[in-house]
Design a protein around this ligand. Structure first.
Ligand code: SAH
Length: 271
């Protein structure tokens, strides 16, 4: 791989005992194209290749007893060394439910790295001494426990790759996504204009670029307000957003006033 003209080339190395899982992921869709275009390279290192003995065992019983198995440190340490040959500058990330919670900001920061070495745990996880000695960061994709780190690694690789210049084909398409500007994305529509009696908002068919942009802004803000108001607190409102909220407030106040003044009596308390 020579990299893209603008120099972006990110190396992903996943350490796993199921390399076929990773292979299926980067043999398809955007991942495949990004690799073909030299934007990324993706390699699976099979931890089992670094396990000793006839049976190439990668796990063992936990000290102190109890159920479940633990991933042995020696094969992992050697697999990490091999990964560092492939991507010497890349931070080593352990996928772990106890790690820092992955989000879009983290994805953006990671997109500036030269690569990522991702360790996919299995069983009860990896021997703690691997974490202490070789891991730069533990990363969780959410407060739930999966059977292995391969899916979490794919989640991270996918989210990071689509932020790399050229990966989506259209430079703008990541720019309006949810969380990109601290807001959710607007709704999207495609043909046909009428689907089972439901039509596309007129403005989107108008060809009027400015009105379409402001419709999208308003729709994104409304969705964020209804579904994720916490996001509005994290990133301050800009001028047009304040104007929209004030407009909606007066519409809501007007609605309430008209119901109160002209409508039926408010329902009396049950009993
Ligand atoms: N005993 C561990 C869980 C092990 S789950 C604990 O309770 O913390 C087995 C492996 O799946 C982990 O080593 C990790 O690599 C992966 N995994 C499971 N859930 C995950 C999550 N939410 N985020 C990231 N990795 C996860």
């Amino acid at each position: 791989m020579t990299g893209t003209p603008n120099g972006t080339h990110m190396k992903f190395v996943a350490l796993t005992i199921f390399p076929e899982l990773m292979q299926a992921f980067w043999d398809n869709g955007i991942m495949r194209r990004a690799a073909a275009d030299g934007i990324i390279s993706a390699t699976a290192v099979n931890i089992r290749d670094y396990a000793k003995g006839r049976h190439r065992v990668t796990d063992d019983r936990p000290y102190g007893g109890g159920c479940g198995m633990v991933m042995k440190p020696e094969p992992l340490a050697d697999a990490i060394a091999a990964a560092k040959q492939v991507a010497p500058e890349a931070p080593v990330v352990l996928m772990a439910p106890q790690g820092k919670r992955f989000d879009q900001t983290m994805a953006r920061n990671m997109a500036a790295e030269p690569g990522l070495i991702l360790i996919c745990g299995r069983y009860e996880g990896v021997d703690e001494r691997i974490t202490e000695r070789f891991v730069d960061m533990e990363l969780s994709i959410g407060d739930f426990v999966l059977t292995g780190g391969e899916l979490p690694a794919m989640v991270v690789i996918d989210a990071v790759t689509r932020l790399l210049p050229g990966a989506l084909g259209n430079e703008d398409s990541a720019g309006q996504d949810s969380f990109c500007h601290g807001r959710l994305d607007c709704g999207h529509y495609t043909r046909p204009p009428d689907f089972k009696g439901r039509s596309v908002p007129d403005v989107l068919l108008s060809g009027h670029h400015e009105r379409i942009t402001s419709w999208r802004r308003a729709d994104a803000l409304m969705r964020t307000l209804v579904r994720r108001p916490d996001l509005l607190r994290q990133k301050p409102l800009d001028g047009p957003e304040v104007a929209l909220l004030e407009k909606w407030r007066s519409e809501i106040e007007e609605l309430i006033r008209s119901q109160r003044d002209g409508g039926t009596d408010p329902p009396s308390g049950g009993g």
